[in-house]
Unconditional design. Structure first.
Length: 316
């Protein structure tokens, strides 16, 4: 805990009784914090505030997969947009440095910063300033913009194309089969996280890490996971519909390198959507990199709405 001559106090919340104080700054995730504390996705000591008196002037919070122990993402980092003056960013920088020093295990790379933004955030001066100020403050602690992603949503009523018969869908038999296919699709991937992983480890290691770190954590039925086979039986791709505890999602979808450029992605996306729509879901969510042009085009063709974007920043 730190108090300075400017009466700035930087500290974590004492417990859920301080959630109202922590939520003085509006953000999409505020409504999830209480449940996240209950479900083990968050810990009070990971929700940090910079306070002047009873006014919240900056805040930071980390989230994790419930089975994990270390924080997986810095998904809240805010500076009170009502404050003005040059010390605004300084406060955010101080808060982030102090909180990260307490929360991030020593000697480990900090998890990335993820910020949800509107689809047109650059077109509105106030929204743009808010996002860019957070990014500038994060940059002053060593973060760099890593990738901007599209957030996409399928809504009930949006037609799902019927099967064409070009591909047969069969459930994934076991995790080895899936990891083998996940390894193969790393070749030529346009996904920024995948490309970064390939500079640091083998495709097989990257696939195994992705599987363990994300897909294996989902509690939704494994029977939903589908492999698409060509008439001769060869796998052409796969789709992983899931529920991440917040929303039904297309967690992963890919076409094997040899079969790209045939529009198979449309059929995989339709199949994954059909499986989740059969559960009578209110929406299905997915995201893809702005730079993953064929994937973004497939979502567009299938009538998915682009309801926002996401900025990801990383520390080396
Ligand atoms: C994204 C992906 C699923 C697209 O599958 P697809 O069935 O080849 O898509 P399309 O048939 O619609 O391809 C459209 C065009 O993009 C090209 N293309 C597709 N994937 C490409 C890639 N990874 N690199 C370069 N070009 C690619 C196709 O060759 C085709 O080009 P053309 O119009 O000149 O023929 C596939 O590239 C893939 O599996 N990538 C790795 C995994 C991934 O990124 N998944 C999405 C995570 S959100």
């Amino acid at each position: 805990m730190t108090a300075t001559h400017t009466e700035l106090v930087i500290r974590p919340i004492t417990g859920r009784d301080e959630l109202d104080l922590f939520c003085q700054i509006p953000y999409l995730l505020n409504d999830e914090l209480a449940d996240d504390l209950d479900s083990g996705h968050r810990r009070p000591e990971w929700l940090w505030m910079a306070l002047r008196g009873d006014r919240l002037v900056a805040r930071a919070a980390w989230w994790k997969m419930s089975d994990h122990t270390a924080p997986g993402v810095l998904d809240i980092f805010d500076i009170d947009d009502g404050c003005s003056g040059p010390e605004r960013l300084d406060t955010g920088v101080r808060l982030l440095r102090e909180a990260a020093a307490a929360v991030i295990p020593a000697g480990t790379t900090p998890p990335e910063y993820s910020r949800f933004v509107s689809a047109d955030w650059r077109d509105h001066p106030a929204a743009r300033r808010a996002v860019e100020d957070r990014m500038k403050a994060a940059e002053r602690t060593g973060a760099r913009l890593f990738v901007e992603r599209l957030r996409l949503e399928w809504r009930p009523g949006t037609p799902i194309p019927a099967r064409t018969g070009r591909l047969a869908f069969v459930p994934v038999s076991d995790h080895d089969e899936l990891i083998t296919l996940m390894t193969a699709v790393m070749d030529g991937t346009l996904d920024a996280h995948g490309r970064r992983d390939l500079t640091q480890m083998s495709p097989a290691q990257a696939a195994a890490r992705h599987y363990q770190g994300e897909l294996a954590q989902y509690r939704s039925p494994r029977e939903w996971w589908q492999i698409a086979r060509l008439p001769g039986g060869a796998p052409a791709g796969f789709v992983i519909p899931a529920h991440n505890g917040y929303n039904p999602i297309i967690a992963y979808i890919a076409v094997l390198p040899a079969y790209r450029g045939n529009g198979y992605i449309d059929e995989l996306l339709a199949e994954g959507t059909r499986i989740l729509a059969a559960q009578d879901v209110p929406r299905i969510r997915a995201s893809t990199d702005l730079g993953n042009v064929p994937m973004a085009a497939a979502f567009r063709r299938a009538g998915w709405a682009q309801f926002g974007r996401q900025i990801n920043m990383t520390w080396d």
